[in-house]
Ligand binder design. Structure first.
Ligand SMILES: Cc1cc2nc3c(=O)[nH]c(=O)nc-3n(C[C@H](O)[C@H](O)[C@H](O)COP(=O)(O)OP(=O)(O)OC[C@H]3O[C@@H](n4cnc5c(N)ncnc54)[C@H](O)[C@@H]3O)c2cc1C
Length: 309
């Protein structure tokens, strides 16, 4: 493992080892990162990515950790947590604004800024935890609106280590999908275009989105929806009608409030959660013939043999 000795030699101040990843995820599961890198500048990010590429170290990204399942054994190689990349700039035009935000900025902070300034477009994001990078990766959204709708361009690091802006017309966004990482390793920043609006209307729209979230578990460890909605169907409804609410493995329980959420009631392991996900998927498939696709991102390898046992 040459990457480790090189990392020791370079003595990068933003890298550490052994950090428990469970503390960086909303589900509260996940073992240690062999190396955790927390870059605070774009230069830090490209330095660690260059090292990983040149030494062939496994590389993982987490932003807010609100849509990931990380193995109990932890992650080998280098896990890059982007929270320190948190710069925001903007340029106002007559009736719009172009906002440049780094990938580690919390969506909630962007929404607060927009509400404060009277910029329209991010209201849907209220209640979505996590960062801009994570939200772009999964094109996060709700009720047909998503972050991709606002994107003008995205700054990426490609597989060869070069930084380049990709324009909107060259990016595919669809429901919980983008092709941003095809041929690219990291989302560094993006430019969003928002309209100048009426602050009262923006606040009222935000309140509407908050009210519509009342049917979801709150204040409990979850990772949001586990499965994507299949075409024309609601995954939550399919899971509910299949009788999945309340199913459990260890401390992992299918929420009684919304069947597409799995709650960690205390000491659930990653394997418990994965086994529960597999059980639910199998039950829905047996009943309806629909194989639900995961929305949550699995990082690393969950040992399948143990999960199945
Ligand atoms: C209570 C709750 C409610 C939620 N509601 C919604 C909702 O309404 N709509 C919705 O879409 N989602 C929802 N989610 C899921 C989640 O919050 C979103 O998907 C969010 O955008 C993920 O952002 P994150 O920073 O936490 O990403 P993470 O979970 O940290 O990462 C998600 C994926 O993105 C990758 N990634 C992150 N940053 C980068 C980067 N800079 N470069 C490359 N790859 C990167 C990671 O490797 C991983 O594969 C909810 C989650 C919770 C807990």
């Amino acid at each position: 493992m040459r990457w480790r000795s090189r990392l020791d030699c370079e003595n990068l101040p933003f890298c550490s080892s052994g950090t428990r990843l469970k503390d960086l995820t909303t589900l509260g599961v996940g073992g240690p990162a062999e190396c955790l890198a927390r870059p605070v500048t774009r230069r830090d990010l490209t330095r660690i990515l260059d090292l990983c590429r040149e030494e062939e170290a496994p590389t993982w990204f987490i932003g807010g950790g609100s849509n990931v399942l990380i193995p109990d054994e932890g992650l080998p190689g280098v896990t890059i947590q982007t929270g320190g990349l948190n710069g925001v700039l903007w340029e106002e035009q007559d009736d719009s604004v172009v906002l440049e935000t780094e990938s580690g900025v919390l969506l909630a902070s962007l929404l607060a800024l927009s509400m404060n300034k009277g910029w329209e477009g991010l209201e849907f994001s209220v209640g979505i935890p996590g960062t801009v990078g994570g939200a772009l990766h999964g094109n996060a959204g709700v009720e047909g609106r998503s972050l991709g709708d606002l994107v003008e361009s995205v700054l990426l690091v490609d597989d060869k280590g070069s930084l380049a802006w990709k324009r909107r017309q060259d990016i595919r966004f669809s429901y919980r999908f983008t092709d941003l990482l095809a041929g690219n390793r990291a989302i560094v920043a993006c430019k969003l275009v928002m309209k100048k609006g009426d602050p009262a209307k923006i606040s009222s729209s935000v309140r509407g989105f908050i009210n519509r979230r009342k049917g979801q578990p709150r204040g409990i460890r979850t990772a949001g929806c586990i499965f994507k909605n299949p075409c024309g169907e609601s995954a939550g409804k399919l899971l509910d009608e299949t009788g999945c609410k309340g199913l459990s493995v260890g401390d992992a329980v299918v929420s009684s409030i919304h069947a597409n959420f799995i709650e960690n009631k205390g000491s659930a392991s990653s394997k418990d959660i994965f086994r529960l996900i597999s059980n639910c998927r199998e039950k829905v498939f047996q009943r309806t013939g629909i194989l639900l696709e995961m929305e949550i991102c699995l990082l690393g390898e969950i040992p399948h043999a143990e999960v199945a046992g």
